[in-house]
Design a binder for this molecule. Sequence first.
Ligand code: ADP
Ligand code: ADP
Ligand code: ZN
Length: 220
Amino acid sequence: MDLLLFGPPGAGKGTQAKLLVEALGVPQISTGDMMRAERSSGSELGQRFDAYMSKGALVPDAMVLELMEKRLRQDDASEGAIFDGYPRTVEQAEALHGLLGKLGRRIDRVVSIEVSLDVILDRVTGRRVCLDCGQTYHVRYSPPPESGVCAACGGSRIVQRKDDVEDVVRNRYEEYKAKTEPVLAYYQPRGVVVAVDGTGSLEEVSARIMAAIEGAAKGA
Ligand code: ADP
Ligand code: ADP
Ligand code: ZN
């Protein structure tokens, strides 16, 4: 099963993707997480990513394609994947269509997680992330352990992303509106898009997403 979790920054894509990994038995592929890992390795490529990420601008499509070509060749993604935060442009969606096509696959379902700009700002500015495993917390809705030790991996580097401040979030939202939202129109004629309400508890949203992908799992 190839599932795409779609939505603005802070919609809950990463959080929901992690909840789905076990249920679906396929890995989460987050280009944002992959770019942050490259950046923290200190590589020259990571520095090139950072020039865009720190401003809230999208990384150019050619660089993203290179990253994805390598990722999809890894064994764990041979049966499918949960794509989170990718594709972010129509060009990326077309490139993904080509990559999956070569493997005899296609996107089975696009779950579009809908939240308002107010909710986005509240979620993103309160977000905290584990640098070691990518686990996400929120200062009010799912606070990191007081010990500072990550509940998911035992690491002790839970931080605020430097692009999770209001000014940069607003730029990211502008990029989303201009370049990413059209990706939905790319998938719409394929009959795979289902919209879900992204507000409410993690469990409520998760149940809505499970219901939305059930049809795809049955081949509908
Ligand atoms: P969020 O899901 O909160 O919007 P991400 O971790 O997905 O954040 O992305 C953080 C930043 O990484 C983006 O603002 C952008 O600079 C870059 N990025 C991540 N994925 C992509 C992508 N598929 N295409 C272009 N840029 C990307
Ligand atoms: P995205 O990957 O779409 O950018 P995240 O999954 O990282 O979004 O979620 C953004 C922030 O909102 C995180 O701090 C996360 O803990 C929090 N969050 C996610 N889903 C919910 C929810 N249903 N209710 C409250 N907070 C949420
Ligand atoms: Zn962790």
